[in-house]
Unconditional design. Sequence first.
Length: 370
Amino acid sequence: MHTEQPAERRTREALQKPAQLREAKNNYAEEMDSSIHFKTVSTNPATRGPVYALNDTTLELRCSGAESQRGLFTFATVGVLGVFAWGWTQIAIELIMQNIQPLPDFSFFTLLVTAFVLTTGIGVFYLYVRYGFKLTRLEMLTSRHLLIRFNRKTQQVHLHRPSYCGGIVTFAWRSTGSGATCPKDDPAGTGKCLGLAWHPRYTGLPHMEIAFVGKQGQGGSELRDEWEFIRRFMEEGPEGLPRPRLSTRFPSPIQAFSAQFEGIGRFFRKSSWLFKVAMLMVWPAFVVLGTCHWVSLMLCWRPRWPKIIREAGQPGKPIPPLTTLSDYPPEIQKRLLANADRWALKPGKRPEKKPRKPRIKKAPELDTGR
């Protein structure tokens, strides 16, 4: 949505109902201001991890909204494309040898079949490189994790992402909005990660930035505890906070298999015995997915922060500059600006809805027999 082309946007909006289009533009500045606050939201600050670093200056967490589903694209790439590549290679070598052995004589039919097999294989790999590789890179041959780093000394938040997914960005802590500040939203937090957002109203950018932190929650209360842990670290420091267990940066198989069960512990305990039996019956699927998850971790590399961010907060070291529009390539700048109206806010607050007048039902007419 940030960089959508005008033609693509017109096509998508043409499929939406008028009420959906009005609702997308029905956001008010006062509501946004009131939703971003740094008051206490929980008396039990706790983080469910994974936590990669915690000291007097920085807090570093995993930042991904779909980590538990990781392994599906790896299975499709290695299990489907990999098997096809192995089989195609074996057949192609065999056919080529059948054409070379009888030289200078050769079979025209065998030569034709060889050309067909080579063309088909090359075509499939071309389509994969052209259209499928960008999906594979969500799990393989890319950064092992998305990261978020909170720096208490500089009062900044850093997001670590590959360049093709937005790159590394820096925001002011006080521009951070959280989706876990209101207890009435707790039911919607089941099975979701803690969502953080940076609106253009506070960043000066023409687009919204969103990040999902940590594991999936088993309820909104866990998300509020996670946000309270982050809030207290940035506002007060690590003193008084429970010391979390730091996660290894090595691609551990325990991480790969345990990720599949994020957010379902409470639901599993309260579920019926029939559901528990069904879960036991599909354990081979969990084994396959967990194995592919682990393979994807091993085929990726550990993300590394730039030196200026690693040293931020140390005495005499520079403070990283906040991300601005000029940090993006010119073509991306144009497309971001073209979609900037998506995040525009109306001044003031939302007008109160007028109460509907009760509908008066007419009494049925009596049959007088006339």
